[in-house]
Design a protein around this ligand. Structure first.
Ligand SMILES: [Zn+2]
Ligand SMILES: [Zn+2]
Length: 545
């Protein structure tokens, strides 16, 4: 396998080396060689400086000019004969200058796969499929304004570490490490970042060393975002590309991810993009895959509700369904209303408890332009004609490895939150608590089911039927989310469940509280009274009145 030219190479045999998150090394699957993170970074630096000096040498053979925009600051490099008029990003007239080759040309490039006419066809096709949209109506007349650019990006690859937490009430942080190798961060200040994100992904394996031959007949845009802002974008994009896998592990969409990108490598690349901006119309077509991305003209508004509004809404919906059910089965109107109202009261208590855990948001509104895109199936050239690949491009993110401090040492682990055995354990426990007096009664009367008198436990049921769901929602969720089952990942890759030994101090503390409750007045009177009542309930259930 050739791999991509941006891959880290095995220092022994030159084959692409894969990063191993647990060993913190790049490993070669051919010869078993390995490279440390620092070695890989040095390797890329060397690779880049060789390319850089070659680019400078070759630049002398080409007559390039730069066209700079006094309006938005965009700087475009073209061949001398190329006509340049107005800035495609803001409309101002461009100023031609002699281009002095500096360090602003990237060392790598993904060449255009599709021609301008083909890109125009992609956009035309999108307009045809979205005739009812205003965007399509406006874009339809601007298709000939679509212009090709090599846009400045940075390819991000390397190990990343993240601190993640649940933003829906969990109080603890998790630490995980992962690896990224296909994130492209856009280095243009004037262009809509989300619009450009919309036409990704690119196919990284077509990355080539930069050559001036690619500039012929094309426009190359030079990076113009300031380094601090670019760094911010890198952190943001790495975090957001890692968010989906973290969400899967933590079993919730509500996660905060903050990522450290200390050990990553950033490599400037040029990516092929067709772009049009005219008034409110804004669209980009991926010059490699033909994916279309269009920015909605109107802003969309998103509303966030406070938790108690959600609880009331949930109660209303549940109650309406229940009421409809009662009526459907022929329950008289008055009875249906009465029972629904009783149930609604109970449901409200439960939903209030359930939602009070979530983020305490007040009424909030946010607005933004939606990005409309086509799917991820790329166009490929087969015998000269473009055909759509039935297989979409898949982005494979390496699943993160979580770390926990076990016996004073950071160790790689796998976390499991809700799992079938864990949920079953909770349901069984809840059932045991609910039927506790009945179970004890059966033991008392020697499993004589005929003597069993369920009404003896009526008081217990009345207390436990509302308490158990509330308890499960409130504390069961916290138990699930705050104390995941931890599996240690052993040397050979196998996993072993780790159970924390009970803390002796905590055990002593619990024993003290129990003894205090049993023997120190006045609390002990209440406790003994409770035990006595429970005993009576069990007795009545066992033998009747
Ligand atoms: Zn090797
Ligand atoms: Zn401009």
């Amino acid at each position: 396998m050739e791999g991509c030219i941006a891959d880290v190479r095995c220092p022994n045999c030159g084959a692409p080396a894969k990063y191993d998150i647990i060993k913190h090394q790049y490993l070669c699957s051919y010869c078993g060689g390995h490279a440390e993170i620092e070695e890989a970074i040095a390797q890329k630096k060397g690779f880049r400086s060789i390319l850089k000096s070659r680019i400078k040498r070759e630049a002398e053979k080409y007559n390039l000019i730069s066209a700079e925009c006094p309006g938005c600051g965009a700087k475009i490099v073209v061949e001398e004969g190329e006509a340049v008029s107005d800035c495609a990003f803001c409309g101002a007239a461009l100023v031609r200058k002699i281009y002095l080759v500096s360090d602003d040309l990237p060392e790598m490039i993904i060449p255009f796969r599709i021609t301008k006419e083909e890109a125009q066809n992609c956009l035309r096709e999108w307009c045809g499929k979205n005739v009812i949209r205003t965007e399509a109506k406006h874009l339809k007349n601007k298709i000939d304004k679509l212009q090709g650019f090599y846009l400045p990006y940075e390819l991000i690859l390397g190990p990343v570490s993240s601190i993640v937490s649940r933003s829906d009430g969990g109080s603890r942080d998790y630490y995980c490490e992962g690896y990224v190798d296909d994130i492209f961060v856009n280095g243009s200040r004037q262009l809509d970042n989300l619009l450009l994100d919309g036409m990704e992904p690119f196919e990284k394996d077509e990355l080539k060393e930069f050559d001036f031959g690619y500039v012929a007949g094309q426009r190359v845009k030079v990076t113009d975002i300031d380094p601090k802002a670019l760094e911010g974008r890198v952190d943001e994009e790495v975090s957001s590309s890692y968010r989906p896998v973290v969400q899967k592990t933590l079993e919730t969409a509500a996660v905060d991810v903050s990522t450290s990108t200390e050990s990553i490598m950033r490599m400037p690349v040029l990516l092929p993009v067709y772009y049009v901006k005219d008034g409110m119309s804004m669209a980009a077509v991926n010059g490699q895959t033909g994916k279309v991305s269009v920015r909605a003209e109107k802003e969309s508004h998103y509303y966030f509700l406070p938790w108690w509004v959600k609880a009331i809404l949930a109660t209303l919906i549940i109650s309406m369904v229940v009421f409809a059910g009662f009526r459907l089965f022929g329950m008289p109107m008055e009875t249906a209303v009465l029972i629904t109202m009783l149930l609604a009261f109970f449901t409200l208590i439960v939903t209030l408890c359930a939602y009070s855990d979530t983020v305490k948001v007040d009424f909030r509104e946010s607005a933004g332009h939606r990005i409309l895109t086509t799917d991820n199936r790329p166009l490929r050239r087969v015998d000269g004609t473009l055909v759509k690949d039935p297989q979409p491009i898949k982005r494979e993110t390496v699943p993160p490895v979580f770390y926990e401090t076990i016996e004073g040492k950071e160790q790689p682990v796998m976390l499991k939150f809700t799992s079938a055995p864990r949920l079953a354990e909770m349901v069984i426990l809840a059932a045991v608590v609910l039927f506790l007096p009945v179970i004890i009664a059966l033991f008392l009367n020697g499993f004589d089911f005929k003597k069993l008198n369920l009404s003896g436990s009526a008081v217990w049921f009345c207390i436990m039927v509302p308490v158990i769901p509330i308890y499960l929602l409130k504390f069961g969720r916290i138990e699930l989310y705050e104390r995941p089952w931890i599996y240690r990942i052993l040397e050979d890759g196998s996993k072993k469940r780790y159970r924390k030994k009970p803390d002796p101090d905590a055990v002593k503390e619990t024993a003290k509280i129990v003894l205090h409750g049993l023997f120190v007045p006045p609390v002990c009177f209440g406790v003994w009274f409770g035990i006595l009542c429970f005993g009576i309930i069990c007795w009545l259930t066992a033998f009747g009145y």
